[in-house]
Design a protein around this ligand. Structure first.
Ligand SMILES: Cc1ncc(COP(=O)(O)O)c(C=O)c1O
Length: 479
C-alpha cells in the first residue's frame, strides 16, 4: 500500500464535510456568518496558521498574543462606548462571555452581601440567550424570568423594576435578542438597575459589531447603568469561530471572573477565562480580518446585510401564511406562521430547497402568554444577492407547507413521557424512548417538524433529558 500523503489526508478530511450545510453563500441562515469576501477567508486562514502553535495561556511567553488580545479589546471598546478606564477580555465565544459576566456579577454580589447566604438572582428576560441559563446553572444563581411583550418581544422596564431586589446580582438585556432580533430598551432598564445598585449586562454578542453602523437606540457601554457588554467577533466581526469579547467600564469587574492559584506544585495558574490553554489562532484571525476590513469595511458589510434584511421583510408581506415577529433591529428576522401554516413544516420545505432556517419552538411565558413558534433567519452580507431567490423559495415552500396537516406528536408518547422522572432515566432508557420517537441513532429524519413538535409538547425537563440523549447518540465513536 502506498503511504498516505498529507494531500490524501486533507482530501479525506474534506470529504467528511460533504453532508454539512454550506458555510458560504448565504443559504445557511444560522450558525455561520459569511462576509462574501474571498479575501477574508484567505486572510483569516493565514493568520490562524501563523498563530496555531502558540498558547494564550501565558502572555509572558507569547507577548504577541497579549498584544493581539489587547488590540481586539481596544477595537471593541472604541466601537462600543468604552471610556478611559474600560477594559475587557477575549473569550472563546458568546457563551463564555455571558458565563463570565454572570460569574463576575456573582462575585460582586457576594462581596457586597457579606453573611447573606441566599442564592443570588439573575434577572433574565425570557428572550435572553440560553447561555445565561447555563451560567445560572453552573454558578448556582436563581433565574428570575421576566416575560416580554407578546407583540414587540421586548422586555418591559416596569416588569424589571418590580422584580429588582437585594438578591439581584445582575440584570441582562439583549442588543438584539437572538430569537426575535429585537432590541431591548437598554437605557431604561440600565437606569432602573443603576438606581437599585445592580449591575446590568448588555448581551450584544450577535449585534455588537453591526449596530454601531446602523444608527440604533443607545445600547452600549456609554449608556449610564450598563456595566458590562458581550460582543462576538466570530459573528458579525466575520472572524472564524472561537473569539468573543467581554467588555466593561469597571476595572474591578475582571477580577471577579478570573482565577488564580499558587496552591499546587506546578506553574502558578492565572486564567482570565474558563479554559487553561487557549488557542490564539482565532484571535489572530479576528485581528487580521478586523485590520483588513477596517471601519469602512464593516460599515459596508453591515449596510449590505441590513438592506438585504429590509428587502426581505418588505417582500415577506407578499408571502401568504407568514408574518415577521417584532421589529428587526439589525439583520435577524423571526417568522411566525398564520392562516394554518406551521413554520416547522416551512423549515422542512426550505431545507428541501437548500436553505437552513432555524426552527424555534413556541414558548409559554411566566404570565401565561405564549410566544409563537418561529423560524430564525440570520441575514449576512452573503445573503444580499439572494433575497429574490429566498423570497421565491419561501413563497413556494409556504404553498407546500400550508397543505400539510399540523405536526402532532404521538399522544401515547407524550402521555408516557408525562409520568417520567427525567433524573432517574438511564442512558439505555433514553435510547429506547428516542428509538420509539423514530430517532434511533441513524441520520436525522428528512422532515424534522414532528421531532420539534414532540420536543415542544413534552414537559420541559423530559424534553431536556431527551435532547441530551440525542447528542449522546450523535457522539458515539464508530470503531
Ligand atoms: C445574543 C447572543 N448571546 C449569546 C450567544 C452565544 O454565542 P456562542 O454561540 O458564540 O456561544 C449568541 C449566539 O447566537 C447570541 O446570539
Amino acid at each position: 500500500m502506498t503511504p498516505r500523503t498529507p494531500r490524501d489526508v486533507l482530501a479525506e478530511l474534506t470529504a467528511l464535510t460533504a453532508e454539512d450545510v454550506p458555510t458560504h453563500g448565504g443559504a445557511t441562515m444560522a450558525y455561520v456568518y459569511d462576509s462574501g469576501l474571498a479575501e477574508v477567508d484567505g486572510l483569516a486562514a493565514a493568520a490562524q496558521a501563523a498563530f496555531q502553535w502558540t498558547n494564550a495561556l501565558d502572555p509572558t511567553a507569547f507577548p504577541s498574543v497579549a498584544r493581539v488580545e489587547d488590540d481586539l479589546v481596544a477595537a471593541g471598546l472604541g466601537l462600543l462606548g468604552g471610556g478611559p478606564a474600560a477594559v475587557g477580555t477575549v473569550t472563546s465565544g458568546g457563551t463564555e462571555s455571558c458565563l463570565l459576566a454572570v460569574l463576575a456579577a456573582r462575585t460582586r454580589w457576594r462581596a457586597t452581601h457579606p453573611g447573606d447566604d441566599r442564592r443570588p438572582q439573575l434577572l433574565l428576560p425570557v428572550t435572553a440567550h440560553a447561555a445565561f441559563r447555563k451560567a445560572a446553572h453552573l454558578f448556582d444563581l436563581a433565574v428570575v424570568d421576566v416575560g416580554v411583550d407578546q407583540v414587540t418581544c421586548r422586555v418591559r422596564p416596569g416588569d424589571v423594576e418590580q422584580l429588582l431586589s437585594t438578591r439581584t446580582a445582575l440584570v441582562v438585556v439583549s442588543a438584539p435578542s437572538y430569537p426575535h432580533g429585537v432590541l431591548d430598551p437598554v437605557a431604561e432598564v440600565a437606569a432602573l438597575a443603576r438606581a437599585a445598585g445592580v449591575p446590568c449586562h448588555v448581551d450584544a454578542c450577535i449585534g455588537g459589531w453591526l449596530l454601531p453602523f446602523l444608527d440604533p437606540a443607545p445600547f452600549d457601554l456609554s449608556v449610564p447603568g450598563v456595566t458590562s457588554l458581550s460582543v462576538d467577533l466570530h459573528k458579525y466581526g466575520y472572524a472564524p469561530k472561537g473569539v468573543s469579547l467581554l467588555l466593561t467600564g469597571d476595572p474591578e469587574f475582571r477580577v471577579g471572573h478570573g482565577y488564580a492559584t499558587a496552591g499546587w506544585p506546578g506553574y502558578p495558574v492565572v486564567n482570565p477565562t474558563l479554559a487553561g490553554t487557549r488557542p490564539a489562532g482565532p484571535m489572530a484571525a479576528a485581528w487580521a480580518v478586523h485590520r483588513w476590513l477596517g471601519t469602512e469595511g464593516y460599515r459596508r458589510l453591515a449596510r449590505a446585510a441590513r438592506t438585504a434584511t429590509e428587502q426581505l421583510v418588505a417582500g415577506l408581506a407578499a408571502v401568504p401564511g407568514v408574518r415577521v415577529v417584532g421589529e428587526p433591529a439589525t439583520t435577524l428576522v423571526a417568522l411566525a406562521g398564520e392562516d394554518g401554516l406551521d413554520v416547522l413544516h416551512l423549515a422542512d420545505e426550505m431545507t428541501a430547497r437548500g436553505w437552513l432556517l432555524q426552527p424555534q419552538p413556541p414558548f409559554d411565558q411566566p404570565d401565561g402568554t405564549r410566544l409563537p413558534a418561529t423560524l430564525h433567519l440570520t441575514v449576512t452580507a452573503a445573503t444580499a444577492d439572494r433575497v429574490p431567490a429566498l423570497l421565491a423559495d419561501l413563497a413556494d415552500a409556504a404553498r407546500a407547507a400550508v397543505q400539510l396537516p399540523p405536526p402532532v406528536p404521538d399522544p401515547g408518547l407524550v402521555a408516557a413521557a408525562e409520568g417520567l422522572d427525567p433524573a432517574a432515566l438511564t442512558v439505555a432508557e433514553v435510547d429506547g424512548l428516542l428509538a420509539f420517537a423514530g430517532l434511533d441513532g441513524g441520520p436525522l429524519p428528512a422532515r424534522m417538524a414532528p421531532v420539534h413538535a414532540l420536543v415542544a409538547a413534552l414537559p420541559r425537563p423530559v424534553a431536556e433529558r431527551l435532547l441530551t440523549g440525542v447528542l449522546d447518540r450523535v457522539y458515539r465513536p464508530t470503531r
